[in-house]
Write a protein that binds this ligand. Structure first.
Ligand code: SF4
Ligand SMILES: [Zn+2]
Length: 324
């Protein structure tokens, strides 16, 4: 018997006839079963500072063993990793690396965590989950770097084995989400809200693209939404855009625009707002929201000094994060 299967993993809800792959290219109907064809096939592996994810309030100064497979369920015109995310798994070089091996490599590299990143871990869901379980057995934490385009139930299950999520919200405008990323805003908002509810550390990033999402109105709306729905304590990273892939017609984000975004978010009450992909003094450091003392000084992805003690500032204010 041959069956058409509906994938329930992400809101795209692909219907797969026998032999078909979904919109992400890496989930296929094989012998009436939905199979993740990239399970264990790692195409990129690096040891990165955790700050590069970006995560600024999660084990600062530690290393994250970072892995990816082929495929993605989004097709952003400005994708920075399009060579892997927009490839068929057959077309790129991968090594077979089962979960035990991934964890062993993270241990060998003295990494405090494994980051599932570069392409979206949503599309290698089963592999990320199995690696995460094995990592916890060795006291290694798990980080998802994701666009958060996933259905509620699978997300809830994945959060059970994950310690931190850094989620890239692309636009606060649904039309642009569809036009640039082939996705929609509402499911991403659901994913964001579900994360701290599950007790998982959350940071949010937003790539600021000239003319697409850099208006005062959009930046204010985004900051307001985050504050009202997950709270002022969630670290927010505004990242600079560089012309890439199918969006080479727009200029890189000026540093002043990122400074403007940071100011707007802080005026809206967000407590920890950072600037990434360009050098910025204040936009890289963490200050206490109560007494304003400098808590963590950074330079690029390096931590210069960290004055957070037992999760607190010396004034007694608890600082949102995972510190040990
Ligand atoms: S995960 Fe892939 S196959 Fe499943 S619904 Fe999303 S795009 Fe389609
Ligand atoms: Zn303080």
């Amino acid at each position: 018997m041959t069956l058409t299967l509906k994938c329930q993993l992400c809101p795209k809800g692909c219907e797969l006839a026998p032999g078909d792959s979904g919109n992400c290219r890496v989930r296929r109907n094989i012998d009436d079963k939905l199979v993740s064809i990239v399970y264990g096939y790692v195409c990129t592996a690096h040891i990165d500072p955790v700050e590069k994810k970006p995560l600024f309030h999660f084990l600062p100064g530690t290393k994250a063993f970072s892995i990816a497979t082929a495929g993605c369920n989004l097709h952003c015109l400005n994708c920075q990793n399009w060579e892997i995310s927009q490839s068929n798994p057959e077309d790129i070089q991968s090594s077979y690396c089962p979960p035990e091996k991934v964890v062993e490599m993270a241990e060998d590299g003295k990494c405090a965590s494994i980051a599932y990143t570069y392409n979206d871990p949503v599309v290698f869901y089963e592999f990320a989950k199995d690696c995460s379980v094995k990592a916890h057995e060795k006291k290694i934490r798990n980080i998802l770097v994701t666009a958060g385009y996933i259905n509620k139930e699978p997300w809830k299950k994945l959060l059970e084995v994950v310690d931190a999520v850094t989620l890239d919200i692309k636009f606060i405008n649904d039309e642009n989400y569809q036009k640039v990323c082939t996705a929609t805003l509402a499911p991403v908002q659901e994913t964001i809200m579900a994360t701290p509810k599950a007790g998982v550390h959350l940071e949010i990033s937003n790539l600021v693209i000239p003319t697409m999402n850099d208006s005062t109105e959009d930046l204010r709306k985004l900051s307001k939404w985050i504050k009202e729905n997950v709270g002022a304590q969630i670290p927010l990273h505004f990242l600079g855009f560089y012309p890439k892939y199918k969006m080479k017609n727009l200029p890189p984000t000026p540093a002043e625009t990122l400074e403007k975004a940071r100011k707007i978010a802080m005026d809206e009450g967000m407590q920890f707002v950072y600037i990434g992909n360009v050098m910025s003094g204040e936009g890289q450091n963490t200050c206490c929201p109560s007494c304003k003392k400098l808590l963590i000084e950074r330079s690029g992805h390096s931590v210069i000094q960290n004055n957070v003690k037992d999760g607190k500032c010396s004034c007694g204010k608890e600082i949102y994060g995972v510190w040990k």
